[in-house]
Every structure is written in structure tokens, then in C-alpha cells.
Write a protein that binds this ligand. Structure first.
Ligand SMILES: Cc1cc2nc3c(=O)[nH]c(=O)nc-3n(C[C@H](O)[C@H](O)[C@H](O)COP(=O)(O)OP(=O)(O)OC[C@H]3O[C@@H](n4cnc5c(N)ncnc54)[C@H](O)[C@@H]3O)c2cc1C
Ligand code: HEM
Length: 367
């Protein structure tokens, strides 16, 4: 029997070595199995590594694997877009065990080695089986043509892609995208529309400083270009069933999933208040279409807000603070989306104001 407690302890010891851990892992993997190098991005910034962190955390939690089987299956299916095949899993497992051994020093024992190998085998089999099964009915990714690219300002673009009516997603879910301008680098972006009959998807992209993918999407991508699109992910922001009121709190491009959710709610209206915040009025980059939606739906109230408006025409304050102050969150399902710092501070404010944590819905940023 695998001693999961011992694995968790061992992982926290190893993880305390920080960026050295992914560095050692990838050096080992690429040296011993050079064929895996082509699956990974050119630039492997250790501080952003998700694979090694996930390997340690997921594999050492093998005692609760039953609870995460659906997540592991989705992860395995999603890994097809990286080109990860069943044959690659042993290489990653060997590099993981070699890395753990290296950083465990005198704490490494044959029993721990055997437990890690067995636990990795279980996780890897769950992912690889799901990936093999998915190969019978869905491609690893879809090619989507950019059919419109509206550059709103230096930082922001609204991009419409046409994946040809093939991508299933729910409003609030995200898609991962990859442009051949940044090969093998995938990032999440959230559709700003509920699924349409013609299959087109509107994306709102904000270029972050020094951002590899977002700057390319905003400044370099043009109509006619092709983007790769991975399967829809995340259920944090999908609409919870019910007839009660909804409060939406968005910052910047966090308006995208809210717009998609509003389109979904229109089919079975519930009272909805949408607080949308930005630093300045210019940051409310699609305010006119949002005002048009609010004018068309009597169940939708839109409250734009900014940190500061020199002309005093738009309310000042953070969207979360205003939503709480106006009493729109108590008893409502609250949906929250925006830059990672804003989501965290809004969530704290809501909980601190007595809103039940279970009523606050958001997608972990993964940053
Ligand atoms: C579920 C989910 C949904 C998302 N939906 C959208 C969306 O609809 N529109 C959108 O524009 N973005 C969205 N993002 C963020 C997006 O996936 C990328 O993280 C972002 O575009 C930066 O990628 P990059 O390659 O340009 O930057 P990177 O090269 O990865 O990072 C460059 C620098 O910017 C920092 N950074 C990374 N992301 C952010 C961020 N969001 N805010 C501030 N600093 C950051 C990094 O820490 C790093 O220092 C979403 C993220 C998640 C997890
Ligand atoms: C138990 C096995 C594995 C687990 C738990 C795991 C987990 C993860 C996770 C959580 C991510 C981040 C995903 C994201 O950001 O969307 C990731 C990325 C990735 N994984 Fe895996 N993975 C496993 C096995 C493998 C294997 C066998 C390969 C193939 C060599 C592989 C290749 C990749 C690649 C190429 C990335 C993207 C890396 C990047 O962009 O920096 N993984 N993995």
C-alpha cells in the first residue's frame, strides 16, 4: 500500500528548493529523452512552471485520487494538444523520480522510490487512458480562423475567431489558445459570447507587460491568421441553476465571461446586476455594447465604475465595494472575474462583508 502521507512530506521537502526543482527536472528529461524537448515551449521560465508543481502535488495526493479522476481525465485529454502521447509518460515519471531523489538527499529510501513510482503510474494511466479514448471522437485541438481583429487601444483587442461550429463550451468556461507566432505556448482566454449558431467566438484580450502570448494576440495577429484552440476548461464561472438574483463583479477583460453569462441568462431571465470596473473610463472598452444590452433587458442593471473619473460622470470605487454597499450580493449568486489581484481582493472583501464563500463563483487564475 502506498504511504501517501510520506509522499506529501517528501514533496514539501523537495518543493522547498524552489526554481531549482523544475530546472533539474527539465534538464534530466531533455537529456535522457531528447524527443520530449519539441513538446515544450522554447522559453521555459522556471517560475511559471506548472507541470512540475502539478506532478508533485497531484501524485503525492494519490490517496484521494478517486475524487479527482474526472479532473485527471480532462487533463489527460487536454494534454493531447501538447502532443503528449502514452509513450511519453514513462519518461516524465523517470525524470520526476530522479528529481525527487536528487533533492531528498539522505531522506531518500527504496520504499519512498517505490511509492512514488506506483503513485505516478496510477495518475499517468488515468490521464493516458482518457487521452486514448478521446482520440476516437475529438481532435487534439481545432484550427480557428481569425475573422475580425478590433484593436481598441494599445493594450486591448476584441478578436473574433471561427472554429467552424465545432467547439462545445458553456458560458463562463475558457478556451486555451496557441498562435504560431509563439509556438507551443498555450494561454487561457474566455469567450465573451454564449455559443452562436455560426460557431464564431468573441475574445477580449488585454496585453500584459512583457506578455508572450497576449502582446502577440493584441499587436501582431491579423484577420486570416489561424489560431489553435484547445478544449473548453473550468467550471468556476458557469451559471449555477436557480431563479434567485445574480451579482456580477468584473474588472477589465473580466467583462468577457459576464457578457457570455448575460446572453445565457437572457433565455431564462433572473435579476442581474453587473458591476464593471477599470482604472479609468478608457478601460471600459466595450461600454457602448454593454449599455445596449442593459437597455434591451429590463432584468439587467449595469453599473460601470472607475478608480477615478476626472469628469465625475462614472461612479468611483471598486466594483466589489459598490456591489456590497448597494446590497446586491446578499442572497445572490456572485460571479467574479478580472486580473488575479482584483479577484483576490474582491473575494476577501465579499467574505469580510458576510457573503457566504459558497455563493462566490470565480475561476482560479493559475498565475
Ligand atoms: C481561466 C483563465 C481565463 C483567462 N481569460 C482571459 C481573457 O479572457 N482575456 C485576457 O486578456 N486574459 C485572460 N487570462 C489571462 C491569460 O491566460 C494570460 O495569462 C495573459 O494573457 C498573459 O499571458 P502572456 O503569455 O501574454 O504573459 P506571460 O508571458 O505568461 O507573462 C508575462 C508577465 O505578466 C504577468 N501576468 C501574467 N498574466 C497576467 C495577468 N492576467 N494580469 C497581470 N499580469 C499577468 C506574469 O506574471 C509575467 O510576469 C485568463 C487566464 C485564466 C487562468
Ligand atoms: C502524471 C502526469 C502529468 C501531470 C499530472 C501533468 C500536469 C500538467 C499540468 C497541470 C500542466 C499545466 C497545464 C496548463 O497550464 O494548462 C501541464 C503542462 C504540460 N505538460 Fe503535463 N502532466 C503530466 C504528464 C505529462 C507528460 C507525460 C508530458 C509529455 C512529455 C507532458 C507535457 C506537458 C507540456 C508540454 C505542458 C505545457 C508546459 C508549458 O507550457 O510550460 N505532461 N502538465
Amino acid at each position: 500500500m502506498i504511504d501517501a502521507e510520506r509522499l506529501k512530506k517528501n514533496w514539501s521537502l523537495v518543493a522547498s528548493h524552489g526554481d531549482q526543482v523544475p530546472l533539474y527536472f527539465y534538464s534530466t528529461l531533455f537529456l535522457t529523452h531528447p524527443e520530449t524537448r519539441d513538446l515544450f515551449p522554447m522559453n521555459m521560465a522556471a517560475q511559471r512552471d506548472k507541470l512540475v508543481t502539478a506532478l508533485g502535488a497531484v501524485v503525492s495526493n494519490v490517496d484521494t485520487i478517486d475524487a479527482v479522476v474526472p479532473t485527471l481525465q480532462a487533463l489527460g485529454r487536454d494534454h493531447r494538444k501538447f502532443g503528449a502521447l502514452r509513450g511519453h509518460y514513462p519518461a516524465v515519471g523517470e525524470a520526476l523520480v530522479a528529481t525527487l531523489e536528487h533533492f531528498s538527499g539522505p531522506h531518500w529510501t527504496p520504499a519512498i522510490a517505490a511509492d512514488w513510482t506506483a503513485a505516478y503510474g496510477l495518475v499517468a494511466a488515468t490521464m493516458a487512458d482518457a487521452a486514448d479514448a478521446a482520440a476516437h471522437y475529438t481532435p487534439p485541438w481545432w484550427d480557428a480562423e481569425v475573422v475580425a481583429h478590433e484593436r481598441i487601444d494599445l493594450e486591448t483587442a476584441v478578436i473574433t475567431i471561427d472554429p467552424g461550429n465545432r467547439i462545445d463550451y458553456l458560458p463562463g468556461q475558457s478556451l486555451t489558445l496557441c498562435t504560431n507566432l509563439r509556438p507551443r505556448v498555450w494561454r487561457h482566454y474566455t469567450p465573451a459570447n454564449a455559443p452562436r449558431a455560426d460557431g464564431t467566438v468573441e475574445l477580449h484580450v488585454r496585453a500584459v507587460d512583457g506578455g508572450e502570448v497576449s502582446t502577440a494576440l493584441v499587436s501582431l495577429v491579423r484577420p486570416g491568421d489561424t489560431l489553435r484552440v484547445g478544449p473548453a476548461v473550468g467550471n468556476g464561472l458557469t451559471l449555477r441553476p436557480g431563479r434567485g438574483p445574480v451579482a456580477m463583479i468584473a474588472g477589465g477583460t473580466g467583462i468577457a465571461p459576464m457578457k457570455a453569462l448575460v446572453e445565457q441568462i437572457a433565455a431564462a431571465p433572473r435579476h442581474t446586476t453587473l458591476y464593471w470596473g477599470a482604472r479609468s473610463p478608457a478601460g471600459l472598452y466595450c461600454i457602448e455594447p454593454m449599455r445596449a444590452l442593459a437597455a434591451a433587458y429590463d432584468w439587467l442593471d449595469l453599473v460601470p465604475c472607475v478608480d477615478e473619473d476626472l469628469f465625475g460622470e462614472i461612479r468611483s470605487g471598486s466594483p466589489a465595494e459598490l456591489a456590497v454597499a448597494h446590497g446586491r450580493c446578499a442572497g445572490a449568486d456572485v460571479y467574479l472575474c478580472g486580473p488575479p489581484g482584483m479577484v483576490e481582493s474582491s473575494r476577501k472583501h465579499l467574505v469580510g462583508s458576510g457573503i457566504r464563500a459558497e455563493a462566490i463563483h470565480f475561476e482560479p487564475s493559475g498565475e
